[in-house]
Write a protein that binds this ligand. Structure first.
Ligand code: 9GP
Length: 829
């Protein structure tokens, strides 16, 4: 039979394999075809951007072909599928990643060079797809790559925002935001599916109807919007499997606002239809707090409703009833943003499929798993009941019903402990009644995952303690990981080649555990030499970028010390700046002899502050004023240079990370759920200067604390330090650097007072003062290690060698086995 065993299947796939050829002539013909007919330029006259577009379309053809083949196998074998629901995906660029995963990078490069183009130059033409804020969103992208590579039958669902994450512009050292209308130049990686659309309903009323003597609820909507699918193929590496990320865009529906039509107000009706598109137009730029704003809630429901309809349609295509639904469907909630999916599935099963409460509830409890990405008690989403009831009246009823059943069951289990019952209820009582999306997600999911071991402990002992005590079996953790395909193979080709050479194989690109083999060569002088060369090549690349961006020439002999991530008080970019001021102050007071011993540093910072986050914006400004002073101090020269990289995004990260010698991860212990950028730095042989927080604790186990620069209070020490408040002793150096800012040493004296107050007078919640001395010690240890080149290189090799655990391949495999219950389903070659 087709797709099984030998014979016909292999013949068909054999034929399919030659459907699109990958020899230079065929590739050139494909590219020129696309120049002529897709880009509509003469094949005798086209520029780099047009060549990029044609190239992207030729690659896309190959992705589509493999995706179709994968679909055939999935349809035939009907495995249990994972549906990964996430409101954010930070995909970055697709070209290089795709050709590498397809295994046609060199072939395309050859074909292009014969046409007079350079692959690397064309790759630079691509813009970034920034459909997400930070860690959570990039994690989703890495996980999609691993799902495809490991042959798991999965589909990602999200929103196709017209405006991605804002572009950060720095003017006079202040952050300004500009809209990122990323689709301006088209997006060759997506396929618009005009025939895959679903109506999504909002507002209206719920009525009772009787069918076959049974009472049913009927939701009569007040507004209808159409969800249109845009498919983005995601190729696996070393496999034919190509899965899809399906993003929904909102379009007006013919029945958009029934009332306006009925009243005959034509112009209003058209304006309202246009408004429909705004649902998927903008990504909310705050990476932590999601308040229950109406448009945000509409976005959440819009993408959830379309995805659920799509999932149920696919299931019903090949099944007669819902008996097998839990054996075929796993739904992953990436944080609480998609949690309305629970209620939506319940609504469909009750009101449209008429399964009855018990059967529907039984299904719900078997299909959902939930991962939370935060440690902040304020972060979990709460939706005001009034808002939810007006936008989704039927969903509110269902939530109340779920809560009623839950609380009744809970009373039987724990008795009338009203405090606990109140804490665990889905409905938060108070002046404003709220729906707690985290409680809903925990109650309805079979598994609740944290993103590192420490995070999971904090969930169990603090954030979700009540639930953990009730259902300890539900709580698991999967330490985050990142994909080595993007973060080594694509972004650091020289290191990739070196690793393959020393391991004698490229197999580590799919099997990251092999990376540990580098450990055997950690003392090899020849490897040291080549390892240093690779770092140098990447530092040159970064230095050139810095010069092009900031006009600043930096010394390659300096330690490139990088701190790049979203700007947050808890991530303590401010601690880094205070450390820099201290370093500057020390150098200034040294004589020429002592200065010779100073390790020159290039301190690189990058990251966006949420537009409404005043403190974070002040931190960015502070970095700039300090940079201005130090960089223009001729007395300092190359000993200390500061660089802010504006608009830090995935493709900039691909350039910055390989060029870093040292990277900083300074979150106050207990605040970073996991952290993933540290994993990317580690894989690139960059040494970490970090607190014992999030996944760093597991890194210490893999790499050894001697190969890292650790500092700061540990998570169990933090509460006692906070307790001390103003009585906490802080080092004199700390007081001195804060005073320098207060007294206007760097200008903008008044502007920075509130920043200084926060760390000096207002309890210093994130403990900068308490951790300052040990931070400086860790910095001094890093300086000391850097001057001993061979020691540093060995530490760097050991960092990369020990980074295998932090591949998203491991994370995904654990999810597949322990949470989703899915099996690989491989497309034959
Ligand atoms: O802050 C966490 C970060 O620690 C984690 O690595 C990442 C992926 O799990 O998620 C981040 N959280 C968010 O981006 C939003 O809560």
């Amino acid at each position: 039979e087709f797709g099984e065993g030998k014979g016909k299947a292999e013949r068909i796939f054999g034929f399919m394999d030659v459907f699109l050829e990958n020899d230079p002539l065929s590739l050139q013909k494909d590219i020129l075809d696309h120049v002529e007919f897709t880009v509509a330029k003469s094949r005798f006259n086209f520029d780099d951007f047009e060549a990029y577009q044609a190239l992207a379309h030729s690659v896309r053809d190959r992705l589509i072909e493999r995706w179709h083949d994968t679909q055939i196998i999935f349809s035939k074998k009907d495995p249990k599928r994972l549906y990964f629901l996430s409101l954010e995906f930070l995909m970055g660029r697709s070209l290089s990643n795709s050709v590498i995963n397809l295994g046609v990078r060199d072939q395309f490069a050859d074909a292009l060079s014969q046409l007079g183009f350079e692959f690397e130059v064309l790759a630079e033409q691509e813009g970034d797809a920034c459909l997400g804020n930070g860690g959570l969103a990039r994690l989703s992208a890495c996980q999609m790559d691993s799902l495809a590579t490991l042959d798991y039958p999965a589909i990602g669902y999200g929103l196709r925002y017209q405006y991605g994450l804002f572009r950060q512009i720095i003017l006079d050292g202040f952050q300004h935001e500009q809209p990122d209308y990323w689709l301006n130049f088209g997006n060759p990686w997506e396929i618009e599916r005009v025939h895959i659309t679903y109506p999504v309903k909002f507002y209206g009323t719920v009525t009772d109807e009787v069918l076959n003597q049974e009472k049913y609820k009927v939701w009569v909507p007040g507004e209808m919007v159409e969800a249109v699918a845009y498919d983005n193929p995601i190729p696996g590496y070393g496999t034919r499997n190509t899965i899809v990320l399906r993003l929904w865009a909102a379009k007006p529906s013919d029945q958009h606002n029934m009332e306006a039509y009925n009243t005959g107000d034509y112009v209003d009706a058209v304006v309202n239809r246009q408004k429909a598109e705004s649902i998927s137009s903008i990504l909310y730029p705050d990476d932590r707090s999601y308040q229950g704003k109406e448009l945000q809630l509409k976005q959440q429901y819009f993408f959830v409703s379309a995805s659920v309809q799509d999932i149920i349609r696919r299931f019903k295509d090949s099944h007669k009833n819902f008996d097998e639904f839990p054996e075929k469907v796993a739904l992953q909630l990436n944080d609480t943003h998609p949690s309305l999916a629970i209620v939506e599935v319940m609504r469909v099963l009750l009101d449209e499929e008429h399964l009855g409460w018990n059967k529907a509830w039984d299904i719900i409890c078997k299909i959902f798993s939930f991962t939370t990405h935060t440690v902040s008690p304020e972060a979990p989403v709460k939706i005001p009941v009034d808002l939810l009831g007006s936008l989704l009246p039927r969903h509110l009823q269902i939530i109340y019903d779920i809560n009623f059943h839950f609380v009744e069951k809970l009373k039987k289990m724990i008795g009338l402990d009203y405090d606990r019952l109140t804490r665990m209820s889905i409905v938060e009582e108070g002046a404003v009644k709220n729906i707690r999306m985290a409680n809903l997600s925990i109650i309805c999911s079979h598994t609740v995952n944290g993103v590192s071991r420490l995070h999971s402990e904090l969930l169990k002992t603090k954030l979700f303690k009540d639930f953990y005590e009730l259902w300890p079996h539900k709580f698991q953790y999967k330490t985050n990981g990142v994909t080595q395909r993007r973060w080594i193979v694509v972004s650091n080709p020289s290191l990739c080649a070196l690793i393959s050479k020393w391991l004698g194989t490229e197999a580590w690109i799919r099997d990251i555990d092999l990376l540990i083999g580098l450990k055997d060569h950690a003392d090899n002088a020849e490897l040291h030499q080549q390892w240093k060369m690779v770092k140098k090549v990447n530092k040159i690349r970064l230095a050139e970028y810095i010069e092009a961006m900031n006009g600043l020439k930096v010394s390659l002999d300096a330690m490139f010390d990088v701190h790049t991530k979203r700007v947050h008080e808890y991530k303590r970019q401010l601690l880094n700046i205070l450390g820099i001021i201290h370093r500057y102050d020390c150098i200034k007071s040294m004589n020429q002899n002592d200065r010779k011993k100073v390790v020159p540093r290039v301190c690189v910072m990058g990251g966006k502050a949420a537009p409404g986050y005043e403190m974070a914006k002040k931190i960015i400004k502070l970095f700039h004023v300090v940079a201005e002073k130090i960089n223009n101090d001729n007395d300092i020269g190359d000993l200390l240079k500061l660089v802010f990289i504006p608009d830090y995004n995935v493709s900039v990260a691909e350039l910055v990370i390989p060029g870093a010698d040292l990277s900083q991860h300074l979150s106050t212990a207990g605040h970073e759920a996991s952290g993933t950028s540290s994993m990317k730095f580690l894989m690139n042989g960059c040494l970490l200067l970090a607190t014992e927080d999030g996944s760093t604790i597991e890194m210490i186990e893999e790499i050894g604390q001697d190969n890292m620069f650790l500092f700061g209070a540990k998570v169990d020490e933090v509460p006692a330090l906070r307790e001390k408040g103003p009585a906490l002793k802080v080092p004199l150096q700390f007081l001195r650097v804060v005073r320098m800012i207060r007294e206007g040493h760097f200008g903008f004296k008044d502007y920075f007072q509130s920043l200084c107050d926060k760390i000096e007078c207002e309890n210093d919640y994130f403990l900068l003062g308490a951790d300052f001395a040990s931070y400086l010690e860790a910095q001094a240890a890093a300086d000391k290690a850097f001057v001993d080149e061979e020691r540093w290189t060995k530490m760097s090799i050991l960092s990369a060698a020990g980074s295998g655990k932090f591949s998203s391949d491991r994370t995904i495999q654990q999810y597949a086995e322990n949470t989703w219950g899915i099996q690989p389903c491989r497309c034959p070659f």
